[in-house]
Design a protein around this ligand. Structure first.
Ligand SMILES: Cc1cc2nc3c(=O)[nH]c(=O)nc-3n(C[C@H](O)[C@H](O)[C@H](O)COP(=O)(O)OP(=O)(O)OC[C@H]3O[C@@H](n4cnc5c(N)ncnc54)[C@H](O)[C@@H]3O)c2cc1C
Length: 343
């Protein structure tokens, strides 16, 4: 189709990317998430339960995310693009593959893996999903692949020179993934624990952002943090985070001892995602209109939370896995429709 020259000029103009808005100029009252707020959600000193190595890795990952990813994440999220330039530095953290062992993989404990992943999700859930799916791909090759496949793929995957994806869902089979074999089920159990830690990280970042924002922005002559209703929301969020963290931590310990059942993993994932959904909704309310802008992080976290509610088993399916374990009745299949129904 040939457009009249007036329209062609307009089209050309609109194709040119407009310069990013400097939010700190447009909204000087609060610091945007490109300068990520300090981590302040560990109210019950969960850190005390970690080993020195776990604490060190946690700080290393936190520093990387705040320095390298926070300044660019809103821009890439708005563009729906992935910042591939961060991969070499992300690889240097030595965590790609998480608990995958051998062939250059990190072989981290499940607790260390979960904490590192939560630190990534605290700043950018998209980045944490990227690394998690990549790592589940690595774990699947390590658990189910041939010797040749392990040698061929794992070393370069561990260095993020090759990127993995992981495909279970098919157009005809989403929640109904019952045909997978036993080894694949074990991989799924690990990834369910890891996914349960993403909402924990997301909630931590949202809380950090909200607390700073409420202290900085003033209305009615006082910081938003001084209003009782806002304090109540912060308390609810903080309580959720403490509870989620301890459930997630216990899940890791059960896994380490070989005592984690499918029901445990599913309850952890389903319950944590519900609490995290509640937490990000409160955060979104606390930021008012800025709660729907990516620049202040919470809107992005709010959206990133939604797929986690669905992938790695939807909330419903995970509830049914736990339900089957505690009742002895599987209720995944709909009861047959009775031909003689009196309704
Ligand atoms: C962002 C994102 C990333 C993803 N990444 C991957 C990936 O990397 N690899 C991969 O393999 N898959 C991936 N998935 C797919 C994901 O695992 C599926 O979307 C999920 O398993 C649900 O399947 P479905 O979408 O087909 O929903 P359906 O199975 O069609 O379910 C639709 C609704 O019905 C409910 N439902 C279904 N069956 C029952 C039942 N028996 N009882 C009660 N309720 C039921 C569900 O809970 C849901 O609410 C991803 C999904 C998203 C959103």
């Amino acid at each position: 189709m040939i457009l009249p020259s007036k329209f062609q000029d307009e089209t050309e103009k609109s194709d040119k990317p407009s310069p990013p808005l400097d939010v700190s100029v447009a909204f000087p009252q609060a610091t945007p998430a490109s300068v990520f707020p300090p981590s302040v959600s560990d109210y019950y000193r969960f850190d005390d339960l970690l080993s020195p190595e776990e604490k060190t890795l946690r700080m290393k990952v936190r520093e990387f995310m705040e320095k390298e990813v926070a300044p660019i994440m809103a821009e890439y999220w708005e563009k729906a693009e992935f910042p591939f330039q961060i991969l070499p530095k992300l690889a240097d953290l030595g965590i790609a593959g998480f608990n995958t062992e051998g062939y250059g993989s990190p072989g981290l404990s499940i607790t260390t893996s979960a904490i590192a992943n939560a630190e990534i999700a605290r700043v950018d859930a998209s980045c944490s999903t990227f690394l998690l799916v990549h790592s589940v791909g690595m774990l699947t090759i390590a658990s189910c692949g041939s010797e040749e496949q392990k040698q061929k793929y794992l070393p370069s995957l561990a260095q993020l020179k090759t990127i993995a994806c992981w495909a279970l869902t098919e157009p005809e089979y989403g929640s109904d993934a019952s045909a997978v074999n036993t080894t694949a089920r074990k991989v799924l159990a690990v990834s369910r624990v890891m996914v349960a830690w993403q909402p924990i990280g997301i909630s931590m970042g949202v809380y950090d952002m909200c607390l700073r924002y409420l202290k900085e922005r003033k209305q009615f002559g006082a910081p938003l943090a001084a209003f009782q209703l806002n304090q109540q929301k912060l308390s609810l969020m903080l309580g959720d985070i403490q509870a989620m963290t301890l459930v997630g931590w216990r899940l890791c310990k059960l896994y380490d001892k070989g005592k984690m059942t499918p029901g445990h993993a599913s309850l952890g994932k389903s319950w944590i995602t519900v609490r995290a959904r509640e937490t990000v909704v409160l955060g979104r309310e606390l930021l008012g209109g800025n709660g729907i802008l990516a620049d202040f992080h919470v809107a992005k976290a709010f959206c990133d939370m939604e797929p986690i509610y669905t992938y790695e088993g939807t909330y419903d399916i995970n509830s049914l896995v736990t339900g089957r374990e505690i009742t002895g009745f599987a209720s995944f299949k709909a009861p047959e429709m009775s031909k003689h129904s009196r309704l």
